[in-house]
Design a binder for this molecule. Structure first.
Ligand SMILES: [Zn+2]
Length: 960
């Protein structure tokens, strides 16, 4: 086994044995309760999960080292159709899916056969994934583990739903839902193979009279009825004439099936192709005018009614289709349409919108250079124009009673008016396809007697917003997304008829769906330890027991007696809940903001008092694989286990954390993880060298410098971790500190100073949250006590900060870099290099400039000159001073305020002494003799008069 793997296994065993991640209430210590949304047990944990979970673990480890009593529990999501659906696909013999299980997940043939049982499949992956999570080195308290179909957890969910119902938050209602006709069930976000976040939309149908029937054309923009010029049908699509609630309609065949699910009574009279009606005319319902029915191939019969009315002045697609027809008389004749009839169609302008003339659709088509109705840019144009006209469009005179109003203000009124006149109707449809986990396409069903979480309730919304206001959102930019989700969330179907999960306690044939049973389960973690330890049965976990534990309702004596519980245990459960709650940090990928994370807030707001509402929520990006979204079917699926096998846990953790922070999407690249592994190994070797060699007690400016810069690193890493900026934290803890060590070694020429051990001690602790195993090993080699995982986080030590030491090293660094640039530019091979440090009077001027500019934002040359001329000795060299001020004044004004303060605190730096101390180093680096002079030293060697160029912190340089 390789070094890293060996180290990892060793410390995982040691941690487990010492139980350092098992956390119990301790009133003496501040607690920190962190959680990661449990993953579905329908497949292996992948690197996307790993990215999010590693951020949680790094935070947990960081807080633990800060002295918090940290609880990081773990559980498994079995609810819903993800597992049942996967099992179903095996039963049906889905070849691609089975191949992926075999090849990507490494499932044996024997197990594959047993996967037809969803419970077997779920427990298989639970075991596999537990092992992976363990091998990742996550600091989990496993005593609290559960899966969401366990009878004890089900009792908790039942309690939750009973209480929600009492508060009026679970209601029975009739609503349109996304529905799988195969599963005969509503299809929530996580029950979907495709189409997450898509919800039913209501279309307005405009009814155009044709003979004894109507053609109901679907639209989101009913106001455009005033600009209609014709009707579009797809000539090759299947249409039907049908009785819809007694009225005859002509619609696509698909639409007839969809409407059946929307509580309409449908009797199909006959079926025919769209071309049968092409060339015929309908009556405009608002103008009693005849309009032609024309062919258009952009019409999608699968969408809404398959009937579209045309508004060429304001809808780019309509204008394009009309233009196509006008250029293709032959095809018109095929349909028996007289070309002159089409020629005569003129766009009707009915909305005035700023930035456009009479016919916005035509203008935008020309602007974007859209070719025809098949051009994908047409959709973009449609959206753009719709938005513009909706928000800033005014209706023109042709719109009769609505003229002069904005589209936005009359839309609702107009729909109501038209409905009253029996001109308008409506239907629901999905704006984008939704595919169920069973791989069947979903439709909209208007469901009667379904159970909903009443997320539309305005009081509940307000309380949730209050909870959100009390929560720190990291990054803050995610906050508006939460607010808008709370605003737009409508009632949520919370139960389905298939899949695994907890039945609704009062209607057992309904199973609480996956996003609805996973909102407050963090509370269950706090007590599950006791449930397992004392074999508490589901029967004992009555609602009154949870009321006591979570609300303190009743007395423990009587509750314990009634349910045959140990009174002590019951009280411990109450105490444990009170100790750990609220959740201090929950972190997930940003895709869960519009559902899970917002539900988490809603339900806490509904069921708990404000002191138990979440403290902090983190969101992160979605992991890409080599620049593409991860997908099993596309073959770019990377399991967490495979990367741990190949590169080790610490390298994987490191590569993941370095991927991104905030809401940015990290990109997983194999070269990055290989690189991380190499870096970890050389870090390990460097640490071993320091441990073996650092014995020398002597310290000087360089040692002082190393400890000083480390203090700043401690600050940056600490501050970054507090707000989940995990990438900045790792970059600083690993690479920046490494650069400090590199500079030290380069300057010193060896790694023998004992102070390096002190520095390494800090470094290892800064890295422990990110690469815990290797840090534990080094910590052990340093003969430090305890585990690094449970030792104290490094504290910023002001007494170790030396601005003078830092400035001295900066001086050497810049002198070296300036010299190298000159050598490169002049191509000289240097024999002698002379440095001239600034004369004392220049330092005086420089410091006066700093001091004066502390009070004033901008110091002028004359301000400074006036200040300086107050001193007699300065007056004598007034001319020289004036010239020098001109050289430094602008640069000086640009220095940041706190840096000015630091520079002033150092006073005059003895630059000559600093450079002389570094003489050997510079000699080694530049391979030449080094001479150092103060600018006004009479004995200086200065053939090219470079000494006079010296400025404080910027010596003059001469190379020979
Ligand atoms: Zn289905």
């Amino acid at each position: 086994m390789e070094l890293l793997h060996k180290i990892e296994a060793k410390w995982q065993k040691a941690w487990e044995k010492a139980k350092i991640f098992e956390s119990d209430p301790d009133p003496e210590r501040k607690k920190c309760f962190v959680t990661f949304p449990y993953s579905y047990a329908n497949g292996p944990v992948h690197v996307g999960h790993a990215f999010t979970a590693t951020r949680v673990d790094a935070y947990a480890r960081f807080k633990r080292m800060q002295g918090y009593n940290v609880l990081f529990p773990w559980a498994w999501h079995w609810t819903g159709t993800t597992i049942a659906g996967a099992s179903e696909r095996i039963k049906l013999g889905d070849k691609d899916f089975i191949r992926a299980l075999r090849e990507i997940d490494g499932v044996s043939e024997e197990n594959l056969k047993k996967f037809v049982d969803p419970v077997y499949m779920a427990s298989y992956y639970t075991n596999e994934n537990r092992n992976t999570v363990h091998r990742a080195g996550f600091s989990i308290d496993w005593r609290r583990e559960f899966q969401t179909t366990s009878p004890q957890f089900s009792r908790f969910v039942e309690w939750q739903y009973k209480r929600l119902r009492e508060k009026g938050y679970v209601v029975k209602g009739t609503h349109p839902v996304v529905w799988c006709p195969h599963c005969k069930s509503p299809t929530g976000d996580h029950d979907r193979h495709e189409g997450e976040g898509v919800s039913p939309e209501e279309y307005t149908l405009m009814k155009f009279k044709y003979e004894d029937a109507y053609l109901p054309a679907a639209t989101f923009r009913p106001e455009t009825i005033y600009g209609v010029t014709n009707i579009w049908l797809h000539p090759d699509a299947n249409y039907v004439k049908a009785k819809v609630n007694g009225e005859k309609w002509i619609i696509s065949e698909t639409a007839a099936h969809k409407l059946k699910e929307q509580k309409r009574k449908i009797i199909i009279i006959r079926r025919f192709k769209g071309k049968e009606l092409i060339g015929k005319s309908v009556t405009n319902p608002i103008a009693e005018k005849q309009l032609p029915i024309l062919p258009a191939w952009f019409v999608n019969p699968e969408h809404a009614t398959g009937v579209v009315y045309s508004v060429p002045a304001h809808a780019p697609a309509d204008w394009l289709a009309l233009k196509d027809l006008k250029q293709n008389f032959a095809s018109l004749r095929e349909f028996g349409i007289e070309p002159s009839k089409v020629e005569a169609i003129q766009p009707i302008s009915m909305i005035r919108v700023e930035g456009f003339g009479e016919h916005p659709a035509i203008e935008i088509v020309n602007q974007l250079g859209i070719k025809d109705q098949c051009d994908p840019k047409a959709e973009e144009a449609t959206k753009l124009l719709y938005k513009k006209e909706f928000h800033s469009g005014f209706l023109k005179k042709v719109c009769g009673e609505y003229a002069g109003k904005t589209v936005r203000e009359i839309k609702e009124t107009l729909i109501n008016d038209l409905r009253k006149k029996n001109v308008a109707d409506s239907m629901y449809d999905l704006p984008q396809p939704v595919i169920c986990r069973c791989l069947k396409p979903c439709i909209v069903k208007v469901l009667e007697g379904q159970w909903f979480l009443k997320y539309s309730d305005s009081e509940w919304k307000n309380r949730t917003k209050e909870a959100l206001n009390r929560t720190t959102i990291c990054p803050e930019t995610a906050s508006p997304w939460f607010f808008s989700t709370i605003d737009w969330l409508k009632d949520w179907p919370c139960a389905r008829k298939s899949g695994l999960g907890t039945p609704l306690p009062w209607k057992k044939e309904w199973i609480i769906e996956t996003l609805s049973d996973s909102t407050i389960y963090m509370a269950f973690y706090t007590i599950n330890k006791h449930i397992k330890q004392h074999n508490i049965t589901p029967e004992q976990l009555a609602p009154e027991v949870f009321d006591y534990i979570f609300y303190g309702k009743g007395s423990s004596d009587s509750v314990a007696l009634k349910f045959k519980l140990n009174n002590q245990v019951l009280q411990s459960m109450r105490n444990e809940f009170l100790y750990w709650y609220p959740v201090d940090m929950r972190n997930s990928a940003k895709e869960l903001i519009p559902n899970h994370l917002t539900f988490f807030l809603f339900q806490h707001a509904a069921l708990f008092p404000p002191e138990h509402w979440p403290k902090m929520i983190g969101a992160n990006g979605m992991l890409m694989i080599e620049g593409k979204p991860m997908s099993k079917s596309k073959g770019n699926f990377v399991t967490f286990r495979s990367t741990i096998d190949q590169y080790g846990a610490d390298s994987t953790r490191c590569a993941l954390l370095l991927g991104a922070e905030g809401m940015d999407d990290p990109d997983w690249r194999s070269e990055n993880i290989r690189d991380a592994k190499n870096k970890l190994e050389s870090f390990y070797r460097l640490a071993a060298t320091i441990i073996a060699e650092a014995r020398d007690e002597k310290t000087g400016q360089l040692e002082e410098w190393l400890l000083s810069v480390l203090q700043h690193r401690i600050n940056v890493v600490t501050e970054s971790m507090e707000v989940l900026k995990s990438r900045t934290a790792v970059e600083n803890a690993f690479f920046e500190v490494w650069n400090d060590f590199r500079w030290y070694s380069r300057r010193k020429g060896n790694m023998k100073a004992k102070v390096l051990l002190e520095a390494l001690n800090i470094w290892v602790r800064l890295l422990a949250p990110f690469m815990p195993h290797i840090c534990e090993e080094i910590w052990d080699k340093m003969e430090e006590e305890n585990f690094v995982s449970s030792t104290r986080w490094p504290k910023y030590d002001k007494s170790k900060v030396s601005a003078a030491a830092e400035e001295s090293e900066t001086l050497i660094k810049s002198a070296l870099n300036d010299t190298i640039s000159i050598i490169r530019a002049t191509k000289i091979t240097p024999k002698i290099i002379c440095y001239y440090t600034a004369a004392q009077w220049k330092w005086k001027v420089y410091q006066k400039a700093l001091a004066t500019s502390l009070e004033k934002e901008r110091v002028t040359q004359s301000d400074l000159m006036n200040e300086l001329m107050k001193e007699e000795e300065m007056k004598k060299i007034a001319k020289k001073i004036s010239k020098f001020i001109a050289q430094i004044i602008d640069e000086n004004n640009r220095i940041e305020l706190n840096r000015k303060e630091t520079l002033l605190s150092i006073g005059m730096l003895n630059e000559a002494a600093v450079l002389r101390e570094a003489e050997n180093f510079l000699k080694r680096e530049l391979n030449a003799e080094i001479q150092v002079y103060v600018e006004d030293d009479m004995r200086r060697y200065d053939p090219k008069k470079r000494a006079q160029l010296a400025k404080p912190f910027r010596p003059g340089i001469y190379i020979e």
